[in-house]
Design a protein around this ligand. Sequence first.
Ligand code: DHB
Ligand code: FE
Length: 306
Amino acid sequence: MNELNQAQLLELVNTKQIAQGNPRVRALTQRIVTDLFKTIDEMDVTPDEFWKAVDWLTRLGQTGQFGLITAGLGFDRLIDIRLDEADEKAGRAAGTPRAIEGPLFVAGAPTTQVETRLDEGEPKGEIFVMEGQVLDTDGQPVANAMMDVWHANEVGGYSHFFPGMKPYELRRRIETDAQGNYRFRSFLPPGYGIPPNSPTAELFEALGRHGKRPAHIHFLVVAPGLRTLTTQVNIPGDTYIDDDFAFATRDGLIIELENDVAPAGYESLGITAPFTRSRFNFVMQKALNEDETSPAARMARVTANA
Ligand code: DHB
Ligand code: FE
């Protein structure tokens, strides 16, 4: 019993049980452990390699960077592709394409009706307004949709994660009016890069990969009876638009920019000189059940009942 070969050990690990536990967790763990045993044996993983990986995972967790790795290794996009495939099969692929939430959402941003300014104080770049309507797939305006908007600052940092930024800087919630209208003022964000000298950076250096994302703006749109839409738009012209570290850019989500728009009608956003504008409508699917209308972002969904 105490002398085990690899196959006997694996069998033991996968079959030990004193209570029912969670059958789904059991099945997934068995599969992953089996695959890892196989990887270690076939790739002849040395003890130092194994413990180095454990150290790296420990530091990854301590720095809260697991969500950066999942994006960079394609898992976030994989989950979206699988949802798209399911929609396609069910004949309900419609509306604005989904795009990954990313690891940097923060709930509870300040809320305003219809329009807001995401940035504060002196403009940090080109003055930019994005505006449009939230619509359903029948083309009807969605009143009282709640839209979370968030993006990086002028050096690619997100508030609550990047040191020195104010709470909720460049994060706002906008509630649409009866016509589904929203608009916000900000500046055009630059691209983003994974934090240097971090466990995430170590992995991507070892993989010989860059950790850059093209300039983008995130959205989480929630409305009664409609399927929660998590998406991003990309700003055209970015070097990394077709080479995103997180594999998240999509056709249909690259906005068009209008330059030198006259300021008339934008005074309430403090605009008095020509600026850059983008018009974009968000189109939401009908929800098939309550769960699809959930306002919770990805981590809040899974930690609520933990
Ligand atoms: C990551 C960062 C982002 O801003 C984003 O939108 C997606 C992924 C990341 O660091 O993994
Ligand atoms: Fe992002």
